[in-house]
Design a protein around this ligand. Structure first.
Ligand SMILES: *[C@@H]1O[C@H](CO)[C@@H](O)[C@H](O)[C@H]1NC(C)=O
Ligand SMILES: *[C@@H]1O[C@H](CO)[C@@H](O)[C@H](O)[C@H]1NC(C)=O
Ligand SMILES: *[C@@H]1O[C@H](CO)[C@@H](O)[C@H](O)[C@H]1NC(C)=O
Ligand SMILES: *[C@@H]1O[C@H](CO)[C@@H](O)[C@H](O)[C@H]1NC(C)=O
Ligand SMILES: *[C@@H]1O[C@H](CO)[C@@H](O)[C@H](O)[C@H]1NC(C)=O
Ligand SMILES: *[C@@H]1O[C@H](CO)[C@@H](O)[C@H](O)[C@H]1NC(C)=O
Ligand SMILES: *[C@@H]1O[C@H](CO)[C@@H](O)[C@H](O)[C@H]1NC(C)=O
Ligand SMILES: *[C@@H]1O[C@H](CO)[C@@H](O)[C@H](O)[C@H]1NC(C)=O
Length: 480
């Protein structure tokens, strides 16, 4: 009898013990923190570390996909009608971007490198060959805008264009539009502006080249700074506009990634396309190849006009001249060519811009920039950077051809630079996640065990008590 009740009471004691320890562990958050501190130790850029190797030559394939807008009604546009476009694409390139000239500095807290990008066309992932023809705005011809007050020059170019049978629109191959073609108008302009390049291309000089030196934090001092861009070409990456604004179009971002462990943190990304840091906020929980991730997207305020978000005054170029929400004038970067950047199909931009062009269909899932990050390790599982290149088309008095055109922001092309974690890295990460799950669940298992033991304890107590109760004692209870 004594042994039996001893057994029962120790069940109760253990139940309480498990409950207290379990709850204490949950409240103190010790286990997840210890897992994180193990991960933190690994997340540093130093010669030979796994993180360094992945940073130096990213194992996951990166693809750059271009979609062009083929103009279907050029004559009507010259007559003042809305432009109608058809999206054609993708034209896909595999992007190789190893870190080169790697040089550790400041006691291993920083590392300098250049990010050389090479683009190789992927026929099997493309809609057609690079020789597909696209009819779009003749951007070099519009460069003449710079000379609209220069009547001699304007006349010269105007007659030159007639001679060459060129006009406001031109039909060029995908390869020419991206990687460059010699342009007659630009060649003529060289007479008075010798520094002007006579080759035009949206990604001209971008292949097998780099956009200057980046200085990264290694994460040695603070794991949250892992691979964060400190300076770019010697300037702080946080400055609003850097002197090298020209990389906005021909460069792509020096993607920086760093461990983000909470949903409330903002993710700062440095984009040399936009010459500034952007931020993204937590939006949703997602799963990529079986691994859990937080999805971060730039909130609409990031691109909102100055009225909505005064912090975006820097977007109004020149100062005070704002184009509205969702578009950015990068003219200074393109030798004065009136280039405007936006999200594809004017996603999150003013409704007017969408309505001005027939064929725009903004769609969140297709046109937003998004980054999916594993919260435990800060590793990017999936990312898609999406941008659109537009041209500001307006009436130019010196050129009769443009007499009747409407003022529009005309879309030329949009791109999607994307990456998904490779299967090997995904497997490794899955293993880490499994361990994390087990470890993190230990406190809950203790609590569960405590509850079960508690139940058993109560059951045994009742059974111990039952025989002691006599029938006589129970009777009044039933009749009352
Ligand atoms: C890393 O170490 C290897 C061998 O010790 C050396 O050859 C290489 O130059 C080092 N790399 C850097 C960036 O210091
Ligand atoms: C690294 O910095 C610490 C203190 O800042 C200094 O004592 C140490 O000598 C440095 N090590 C090297 C290799 O420069
Ligand atoms: C980029 O350069 C590489 C080698 O320098 C070449 O193989 C590739 O075809 C080039 N890509 C384009 C789009 O010109
Ligand atoms: C774009 O439009 C032009 C002119 O109509 C046409 O010749 C060309 O084939 C079109 N391009 C594509 C890729 O459909
Ligand atoms: C971008 O193009 C401009 C001129 O077209 C050039 O000066 C600049 O170096 C290029 N930048 C990159 C990253 O290739
Ligand atoms: C874009 O910026 C350039 C240079 O700052 C300026 O001359 C031009 O008028 C702007 N374009 C528009 C459409 O605001
Ligand atoms: C900014 O956007 C809001 C809402 O889209 C609009 O009402 C306002 O007129 C815009 N302001 C400017 C300066 O474009
Ligand atoms: C890139 O984005 C486009 C839409 O902008 C989409 O159609 C395409 O499937 C995306 N590519 C990848 C590899 O995710």
């Amino acid at each position: 009898m004594f042994l039996k009740s001893c057994c029962i009471y120790s069940t109760g004691v253990f139940s309480m013990l498990f409950l207290i320890v379990g709850i204490a562990l949950v409240l103190s958050n010790v286990f997840p923190q210890s897992v994180q501190s193990i991960v933190k130790k690994d997340v540093v850029l130093k010669n030979g570390s796994e993180a360094f190797e992945a940073w130096e030559s990213p194992p996951a394939p990166i693809y750059m996909q271009f979609y062009f807008f083929n103009l279907t009604n050029p004559l009507e546009v010259l007559d003042g009608e809305k432009p109608a476009v058809v999206e054609v694409g993708p034209y896909t390139y595999r992007e190789y971007r190893p870190m080169e000239q790697v040089n550790f500095q400041d006691n291993g807290t920083k590392v300098a490198a250049v990010n050389t990008k090479t683009y190789i066309f992927q026929q099997n992932m493309s809609r057609g060959p690079e020789s597909d023809l696209i009819r779009t705005v003749n951007i070099p011809a519009i460069v003449k805008m710079m000379f609209k007050n220069h009547s001699v020059m304007a006349n010269l170019i105007s007659s030159y264009m007639k001679f060459e049978e060129e006009g406001l629109f031109t039909t060029r191959t995908v390869g020419e539009l991206l990687w460059g073609y010699e342009d007659a108008v630009l060649k003529a302009l060289q007479i008075i502006k010798p520094e002007l390049d006579d080759v035009f291309g949206l990604f001209y000089k971008n292949n097998a080249s780099n956009d200057g030196e980046y200085m990264f934090f290694t994460g040695q001092q603070n794991y949250k700074d892992f691979a964060r861009v400190d300076t770019w070409n010697g300037e702080s990456s946080l400055s609003w506009w850097t002197s090298d604004e020209c990389n906005m179009i021909n460069g792509t971002n020096g993607a920086s990634f760093h461990p983000v462990v909470t949903k409330t943190e903002a993710l700062y990304m440095f984009s040399s396309d936009l010459c500034r840091s952007l931020y993204a906020l937590y939006e949703d929980d997602v799963t990529v190849k079986g691994i859990s991730a937080y999805r971060f997207v730039p909130p609409s305020e990031v691109f909102a006009n100055m009225t909505v978000n005064p912090a975006n005054a820097g977007f109004c170029v020149p100062a005070g001249k704002c184009l509205g929400s969702g578009v950015l004038n990068v003219s200074v970067c393109k030798q004065g060519a009136p280039i405007i950047m936006s999200s594809p199909h004017f996603y999150q931009a003013d409704e007017k811009l969408v309505k001005d062009i027939i064929g725009m269909k903004p769609k969140k899932e297709h046109h937003e920039t998004a980054i999916d990050i594993n919260p435990l390790t800060g590793i990017i599982l999936q990312a898609a950077k999406r941008l659109q290149v537009n041209v500001y088309v307006e009436k130019i008095p010196a050129f009769s051809q443009t007499e009747n055109v409407r003022t529009v922001i005309f879309p030329v092309m949009h791109l999607n630079e994307s990456v998904v974690i490779d299967d090997m890295s995904a497997k490794k990460l899955q293993a880490i996640a499994t361990v994390q799950n087990v470890v993190e669940n230990v406190p809950f298992m203790l609590i569960g065990l405590g509850i079960i033991l508690g139940g058993v304890f109560m059951l045994l107590m009742c059974r111990l008590k039952v025989p002691e109760a006599t029938a006589a004692e129970r009777q009044p209870l039933l009749s009352s």
